[in-house]
Design a protein around this ligand. Structure first.
Ligand code: KG4
Ligand code: ZN
Length: 335
């Protein structure tokens, strides 16, 4: 039974977790910086890395204390190597390297997206082949996993990530940062009555959200120019339904052509109630032989437990890093 200490610091959450036997969470500590970045309406990379430095030792200590373990009890140190903000990643990588060196533990590098996908392992066994829809502030990807620890990117975004579009639309609607969860809440009081642009990239499984985001901006400007009023909840709902339908259409296309055992949601936007409902009510019914997995809300946004689960699997597969390893902000999932 492995015990893996995992460290995640790719964006604005400083996080540490201990995972036993690849899926049991012994401790999971997250120090979020949202309140600081809220004031600027987005993550300021220099501030993020500085706060990571202030918090990282405290978060790791608290995590080991909660798990009632010492570093001597840990088998390996897993960490997010990339992708993410270079300054933020660097803090977690250095912490992992220092601990691994001081306590003579193996180092296991983890891709952030692999972590998001393996978050589902906290609630269910994963059965391969599977299709994963990874939707977050930095990613919108359809990933085919033929087997465990094998990743093939079938589709990706050509411009903005879906979470980024939610956050930008949130900002123009005057909602707090990050806007995704507020748009989700506001949409519940609104109706999908406005037709917004739905860009279709050439590659049928790719995504594009910048045209939709500009469509919302232009709509607001047009209303202001014409001195017309509109209900923000209707605009939020129309945006959300349009954005989510883009995800569902690509997932549907991929599921129609692939023979997979599971379809798993992953990433911060997997917390979106509209997406969750459509997956349960539409995709699951259309593909009854495919098990649709939706992670609990706590596993959707960034945390270290997901890095710990992915790290445990990588550890078993012999994935290791040397002490010369460094943060890789553009890390490739397939290599
Ligand atoms: O996975 P995550 O914590 O960080 C990245 O790896 O990017 O995802 C954060 C993103 C943000 O853009 C946030 O607005 C979005 O997830 N998000 C949501 C919801 N909850 C979080 N988007 C739509 N609906 C939600 N309920
Ligand atoms: Zn993430």
């Amino acid at each position: 039974m492995s015990k893996i200490l995992a460290i995640e610091s790719s964006c604005d959450e400083t996080a540490a977790a201990v995972i036993e036997d690849e899926h049991i969470v012994l401790a999971n500590v997250v120090a979020t910086q949202i309140d600081v970045h809220k004031e600027y309406g987005g993550v300021i990379p220099e501030i993020a890395s500085r706060i990571h430095i202030e918090n990282i030792s405290m978060v790791i200590n608290e995590c080991l204390k909660k798990a009632n373990l010492k570093m001597e009890d840990i088998d390996a140190v897993a960490f997010t190597q990339g992708p993410g903000l270079i300054g933020s990643l660097h803090v977690g990588v250095q912490a992992a390297k220092t601990l691994a060196w001081a306590f003579k533990k193996p180092l296991v590098p983890v891709h952030h997206i692999a972590g998001h996908i393996y978050a589902n392992r906290l609630v269910s066994e994963l059965h391969f082949p599977l299709l994963a829809l990874v939707v977050s502030g930095g990613h919108t990807e359809l990933i085919y996993m033929k087997d465990e620890w094998s990743f093939e990117v079938l589709g990706t975004t050509q411009d903005d990530a879906i979470g980024e579009a939610f956050d930008k639309v949130g900002r123009v609607l005057g909602l707090p940062y990050p806007g995704g969860v507020y748009i989700d809440k506001l949409s519940k009081q609104g109706k999908n009555i406005y037709k917004l642009p739905k860009p279709k990239p050439e590659k049928e499984l790719d995504f594009s959200f910048s045209g939709l985001k500009s469509g919302v901006l232009q709509f607001i400007k047009r209303m202001e120019r014409q001195n017309e009023t509109f209900k923000p909840e209707d605009l939020a709902c129309s945006f959300q339904e349009t954005a989510i339908s883009c995800l569902l259409e690509r997932a549907d296309k991929a599921l129609a052509s692939l023979k997979v055992k599971q379809f798993v949601l992953a990433g911060g936007v997997a917390a979106n109630s509209c997406l969750r409902e459509h997956v349960t009510n539409d995709l699951q019914k259309k593909y009854p032989n495919v098990e649709c997995l939706i992670p609990p809300l706590s596993c959707c946004t960034d945390n270290a437990a997901m890095i710990g689960v992915a790290g445990s699997v990588a550890y078993r597969h012999g994935v290791r890093a040397g002490f010369d390893v460094s943060a890789d902000p553009g890390m490739d999932l397939e290599s």
